[in-house]
Design a protein around this ligand. Structure first.
Ligand code: AMP
Length: 556
């Protein structure tokens, strides 16, 4: 017999409002730190639902956000999907052209935007690309100067009823959407159905996931435009936990202050964020981390030294791996029961620095170059293939990407992750390489292929290859290898190329170095061999990477 209701987000909202009416939601915004309860959250979410109805944009349509982490953004998290619309979170750090493509591709009908991002969206605004957008709503009580008509959020929801008759929504209805930057071509849309978000919430709430309960105070520093802040706003609501949102571009002092003042127990973000906090504390700032139980680190590999640093302060690092395509949590690296007794501290950290164990619900296999599954011996490696209830089985309107990135085999459809891994005897995966040609800097993707094409568009460049080099703060940074056309003045080329790229791409995309070489090494089939390129220039100091401070994605 089928169950009584579908697997949707509505019951999570219902439960938090009814069972935890006094639990707080705290939010740092451009107007200061604001706080209210789930009860008030429920009222405002209902008002927002009514306000969206009043625009005439019906169920089934996409509604976008262009926002940092705060309470108003969180209100959209339930109001949009629970009315049967689709929450599309746009990454504001992307180049303008990508933003235009995404808004057009998704046919967004309403866009909620932050005042601090108004200038960025206004710059990216293009009448044709934004044709479907009927309403812009600025997250605050005022409207800054922008190139489109907009209303402020408080006026938008004002006067609407604080209760709402939430409809019955089918579990297969698309509830969320996020674009991921691929190796080539434009970003690829991933849709999350109600059921995917429901199952991701249920699995990651448990102790083998993110382990969130009603006595937790949860602060996602990972942006809410990155795969729903790793699902944490949903998970925390389902658990009845207190939420803390760190607002626009939080710096280490903001993060430290909120941890102390709100007694945060669980927080989450990419390694760059925690390196910033580490440096802030090491610079002599006294920060009380005693409330903190767990820091979830993902998006890029958590460095060993970071795990140990937090251990020394009584905080556990839960190292997580995931992807936009998987809502996004796949694995978490915790010690299996019994393992701690058998391993030295060093060995325990070795395990925890791996990407870890798949959370219950996700299956994987590792396929080598010959198409064979590799044994679980911690040495043989291959591409990680995954499947599970919250893993997408297709990209939005991208048939060619569906062909490439999924594998149909007996028993189902697997996502080919592009991550090259080993698996040890205990089932812990470890990422050893990346098959996709992209660079991840501070948790944000840079397409090396796109940069190469842009550089090769310069008249004085015959070939260009861009590779990611390891970097302590940003994990990776791009470096360009360029073959100049004959007779080119090498002194001028670098400045010209950098200026040209700067017109099209945000500052944090620009290569840290432009090395002029005679030829880009090629594979047998004539493609650029980045592997050989790296080997050839391995001794160069630049491959250790150094990047100026201002290259931060947040600074853009
Ligand atoms: P995204 O879709 O932007 O979330 O990026 C997903 C990709 O980020 C993965 O396929 C990995 O290449 C990388 N990634 C995510 N988490 C980790 C991690 N803990 N360690 C290493 N790489 C990671």
């Amino acid at each position: 017999m089928p169950g009584g209701t579908d697997q949707t987000l509505r019951p999570f909202l219902w439960r938090a409002e009814r069972m935890y009416p006094d639990t707080e939601i705290v939010s740092r915004t451009h107007e200061g730190v604001e706080r209210y309860t789930y009860e008030e959250y429920g009222d405002r979410t209902a008002q927002l639902a009514g306000a969206m109805d009043a625009t005439g944009v019906p169920e089934g349509e996409r509604v976008a956000t262009f926002c940092w982490n705060h309470h108003r953004h969180f209100e959209t998290y339930f109001a949009i999907p629970t009315t049967g619309r689709q929450l599309h979170t746009i990454n504001p750090l992307l180049p303008d052209e990508h933003i235009q493509y995404i808004v057009q591709n998704a046919d967004d009908r309403i866009i909620f935007l932050d005042p601090s991002l108004a200038e960025k969206l206004s710059g990216a605004y293009d009448e044709a690309a934004f044709e479907a957008v009927e309403q812009f709503v600025v997250m605050g009580s005022e409207v800054p100067d922008v190139r489109f008509d907009a209303v402020d959020y408080e006026s938008f929801i004002d006067g609407h009823d604080t209760s709402y008759d939430w409809p019955t929504v089918d579990e297969e209805t698309p509830a969320g959407m996020c674009y991921t930057s691929g190796t080539t071509g434009k970003p690829k849309g991933v849709e999350y159905t109600q059921k995917m978000l429901w199952s991701h919430t249920m699995a990651t709430m448990g102790p083998q996931g993110l382990d969130i309960s009603d006595d937790d105070v949860v602060m996602p520093v990972v942006p809410m435009f990155h795969v729903n802040a790793w699902g944490m706003p949903f998970t925390s609501t389902a658990a009845g936990a207190k939420h803390v949102y760190p607002g626009p571009s939080p710096d280490p002092a903001d993060i430290a202050g909120l941890i102390e003042d709100e007694e945060v127990t669980v927080t989450a973000g990419v390694p760059t964020v925690w390196l910033g906090l580490q440096e802030y504390i090491q610079a002599g700032n006294d920060v009380d981390l005693s409330s903190l139980e767990s820091v979830i680190i993902g998006g890029s590999a958590a460095p060993r030294a970071m795990i140990e640093w937090f251990d020394d302060r009584g905080v556990t690092v839960d190292h997580a791996w995931g992807m936009t395509e998987m809502s996004p949590i796949g694995s978490v690296s915790r010690l299996k029961s019994g393992l701690a007794e058998d391993l030295s501290y060093e060995e325990q950290v070795d395990k925890r620095a791996k990407q870890g164990l798949m959370v219950p619900g996700v299956e994987f296999k590792v396929i080598d170059d010959d198409g064979e599954e590799v044994p679980w011996n911690g040495e043989d490696f291959g591409e990680l293939h995954i499947r599970g209830p919250w893993i997408t089985t297709e990209y939005f309107k991208r048939p060619e990407a569906n062909e490439e990135d999924f594998e149909e085999s007996e028993g189902g459809r697997w996502l080919k992750t592009g991550d090259v891994v080993t698996v040890d005897e205990d089932g812990y995966i470890k990422i050893v390489d990346r098959a996709k040609d992209v660079i991840k800097s501070g948790g944000e993707w840079i397409s090396s292929v796109e940069l190469e094409n842009a550089i090769m568009a310069h008249d004085d460049v015959t070939e260009a290859a861009v590779v990611g080099v390891p970097h302590e703060r940003w994990q990776e940074r791009p470096v360009a290898f360029v073959v100049p056309a004959e007779g080119t003045d090498p002194g001028e080329l670098e400045a010209e190329v950098t200026e040209m790229l700067g017109e099209e791409y945000p500052k944090w995309w620009l290569p840290d170095d432009l090395v002029q070489i005679d030829e880009v090494p090629k594979t047998a089939t004539g493609k650029f061999s980045k592997k050989d390129l790296r080997e050839e220039y391995a001794d160069e100091a630049l491959l250790e990477g150094q990047v100026p401070e201002e290259a931060a994605p947040d600074d853009d």
